[in-house]
Design a protein around this ligand. Sequence first.
Ligand code: HEM
Length: 227
Amino acid sequence: MNLTFIKRFITTSIGRKALMAVSGLALGGFMLVHLAENLLLFKGEAAYNAWVDLLLSNPVTPFLEVGLLALFIAHIITGVWVRVEDFINAPRGYEARKWQGGRTIGSATMLYTAAAILGYLAYHLLTFRFVDHSMGFYQMVTAAFRSPVFVTVYIAGAVALALHLSHGMQSAFQTLGVNHPKYTPLIKTGGLLVAVAMTGFALISLYYLLNIDLKAAEAGYQVVVIR
Ligand code: HEM
């Protein structure tokens, strides 16, 4: 694959849509893996910290992080580009007819949920990724989730993610031409299940806010309220 091929790929409308679909599906996969990682919080401090430490000490991880960043950038650029093109090429009156013809809340709010996810991600990285980790990851996360402000952001972010994926997953398969009477209903159901799974991020944060994590409380962890 040379640069000319990539250039041709993103300079055609079909190529841009395919790139948006593939990067979106890959990001959906990342979200599922990241959710599974964070469910380890329920296994306790040792298990969670051991996993994150293992991940960060792996020499492959920096390359995966660059790949992840590239996926986000590709998805955002192609998403905005395709959206602007669709807007320019849409027949007059299309915006007013948006809700007719099988539009869902997920499909009608893609742009807004995308912006909300971007804000949520920036907040998440600024408070969890680009900070001092010396207190340990488990301590950092569970202490943060005792702040109502923090958890409100996580609930709003998880709802935006769920809405975005409720349309995004199935739409990506459609863009890639996967349209089959037998498999399309399965893909739609699978996409909806992935979307619903995203509420798991909100539930994890709520679990700690509501102080159900009695083990941590008994251990007398210091509570750090982040506003
Ligand atoms: C319960 C909710 C979540 C928890 C507890 C959590 C936890 C963490 C932690 C501890 C890190 C830092 C690891 C490191 O320093 O490399 C991290 C990184 C990250 N998180 Fe989350 N996360 C959650 C939800 C999310 C969501 C919803 C998204 C996407 C919208 C997300 C995207 C990321 C990304 C992109 C990174 C950076 C990955 C890397 O640099 O390796 N996280 N998360």
